[in-house]
Design a protein around this ligand. Structure first.
Ligand SMILES: NC(=O)c1ccc[n+]([C@@H]2O[C@H](COP(=O)([O-])OP(=O)(O)OC[C@H]3O[C@@H](n4cnc5c(N)ncnc54)[C@H](O)[C@@H]3O)[C@@H](O)[C@H]2O)c1
Length: 373
C-alpha cells in the first residue's frame, strides 16, 4: 500500500530512543503524521498522547496494527521478532530498531515474508544514513586494496540521556512484567545458542544490541565476511573477533558494553599502502551531530592529514526521509531485513568461534553463574 498523502505512523514502544529521536522526526517531517502510540505504560501513553496530540493510544501492538489510520510502524520496544511478524501479517510498512529479533530462528523467514507481503521493512541502522559515514565509505572505496581494517566500539555511559532530554519513564509498568519479558528473551537466546554456548548470552546480546550497528557498517563497506577466523571473549560483554573476507585482509572487530567513558568511542579505520581513512561516529543520542572523517595521505609527496567535520544533521531524520521515499517507491531500501538477518547470523558465527561455555547455573544466592566447560 502506498499512502497518497502523509504516511500514518504508529510507534510501538515509546521509551528512550522513541522519545529522543523517532517521535521528533515523525512529528516534524511533512511525509508523516503521527497516528498512534503503543506502550505497556498508561502513563507514557497519556503524557506523549497529550504532547503530540495523538488520541489513538494502545497497550497492545495488535490493536495499533488493526487501526486503519496506521500505514507504517516503528518498533522501539526491546523484543522485536513477534511484532515484526505481526506487522508483516497486517501489511504495514515498518522500521524495526536493531536487532530484527534476538534469534536466527525467529528472524530467518521475516525478510521473505515481508517481500511477499509487498511492504517496506527496514532495520533501524541509522548510521548507514550518516552523511559523515557515507563520505568516509566513499573515501574507503577509493583507497584501493585495504591493508588493514579495524572496527572498535566501546559504548561509554548510557545514564546521561535522562537529564539531557525531558523523558517520560514507564514507571507504572510492574517490575514483574518487565522481569518476565526479560526472562522470555533470555530463555529464547539460551535455547538458540544451545547448551554448549548458552554461557555467552550476555556477550551475544551485546553484539546484537550494540555491535550490530558495526556489523552493518562493515557489511555496507565490504559486504558480508566469508567467515569468523577468530573470536575471544575478553569479558562477559567484551569481545574481540577477526572476520575474514574472500580475497581481502581480515577485519579486527572489538565491541564492549559497560565502559564508563563520557564520550562515544566508535571508530572504523581502514588503511591502504598509501593512505588511511578513519571514521569516528558521533554519539547517537546527540541530535544534529554526524560522524567525522580523518584522511591521511600524501599530497605532492608531502604528508597531509585532513579532518572532515560532521555536518549539522541527524542520522535518524535522514533514515525517516529514506523510509518515506522507499514506501513511495522513489528509493530502494538500503537497510534491509536481509541485512539485519545476516548480522544476526554473523553474531552467531562469532559466538560459535568461541570455546564452549555451558548453560547458566543458578548460584546459592540466586545469582547467575556461567560455568565454563
Ligand atoms: N538505533 C540506536 O542507536 C538505538 C539506540 C537506543 C536503543 N535502540 C533500540 O531501541 C529499542 C528500545 O530501546 P530504548 O532504549 O528506547 O528502551 P526503553 O526501555 O527506554 O523503551 C522501551 C519501551 O517499550 C515499552 N514496551 C515494552 N514492551 C512493549 C510491548 N510489548 N509493546 C509496547 N511497548 C512495549 C516499554 O514500556 C518502554 O517504554 C531497543 O531495541 C534498542 O536496541 C536503538
Amino acid at each position: 500500500m502506498k499512502p497518497a498523502g502523509r504516511i500514518g505512523v504508529g510507534v510501538v514502544g515509546c521509551g528512550e530512543i522513541a522519545q529522543l529521536m523517532h517521535l521528533p522526526c515523525i512529528a516534524e517531517l511533512d511525509d508523516f503524521s503521527l497516528a498512534g502510540l503503543c506502550d505497556l505504560s498508561a502513563g507514557v501513553l497519556a503524557r506523549l498522547g497529550e504532547q503530540y496530540s495523538v488520541g489513538a493510544t494502545y497497550r497492545d501492538h495488535r490493536e495499533l496494527l488493526a487501526d486503519p489510520a496506521i500505514d507504517a510502524i516503528v518498533i522501539c520496544n526491546n523484543d522485536h521478532g513477534a511484532i515484526v511478524a505481526d506487522a508483516i501479517a497486517a501489511k504495514k510498512h515498518f522500521i524495526v530498531e536493531k536487532p530484527v529479533a534476538f534469534t536466527l530462528e525467529e528472524a530467518a523467514s521475516l525478510p521473505r515474508r515481508a517481500t511477499e507481503a509487498g511492504i517496506v521493512g527496514m532495520v533501524g541502522y541509522m548510521k548507514l544514513f550518516d552523511p559523515g559515514f557515507q563520505y568516509g565509505r566513499e573515501r574507503i572505496r577509493t583507497l584501493g586494496a585495504p591493508t588493514s581494517i579495524r572496527v572498535h566500539d566501546f559504548s561509554g555511559r548510557f545514564d546521561r540521556y535522562k537529564s539531557l532530554y525531558t523523558q517520560t519513564l514507564p514507571a507504572d509498568v510492574p517490575a514483574a512484567v518487565l522481569a518476565e519479558g526479560k526472562r522470555q528473551i533470555d530463555l529464547r537466546i539460551a535455547a538458540s545458542l544451545g547448551a554448549k554456548k548458552a554461557g555467552y548470552s550476555d556477550l551475544y546480546t551485546t553484539i546484537l544490541m550494540l555491535g550490530s550497528h558495526d556489523l552493518a557498517v562493515l557489511r555496507s563497506i565490504f559486504g558480508p565476511p566469508a567467515r569468523v577466523a577468530y573470536a575471544q571473549a575478553i569479558g562477559p560483554t567484551h569481545v574481540l573477533a577477526v572476520l575474514e573476507y574472500a580475497g581481502g585482509v581480515p577485519a579486527i572487530l572489538e565491541i564492549a558494553f559497560g565502559t564508563r567513558y563520557e564520550w562515544w568511542d566508535e571508530v572504523v579505520e581502514v588503511r591502504s599502502l598509501d593512505a588511511e581513512v578513519r571514521i569516528e561516529f558521533a554519539n547517537p543520542y546527540h541530535r544534529h551531530h554526524t560522524a567525522t572523517v580523518r584522511v591521511r595521505e600524501a599530497i605532492d609527496e608531502l604528508p597531509s592529514e585532513r579532518m572532515v567535520p560532521g555536518t549539522p544533521d541527524t542520522s535518524f531524520r535522514r533514515q525517516w526521509k529514506h523510509f518515506a521515499a522507499a514506501i513511495r517507491s522513489e528509493e530502494v531500501p538500503v537497510s534491509t531485513l536481509y541485512g539485519g538477518v545476516s548480522d544476526i547470523r554473523l553474531a552467531r558465527a562469532i559466538i560459535d568461534a568461541l570455546p564452549p561455555k555451558a548453560a547458566i547455573d543458578v548460584g546459592s544466592r540466586g545469582e547467575a553463574i556461567a560455568v565454563s566447560q
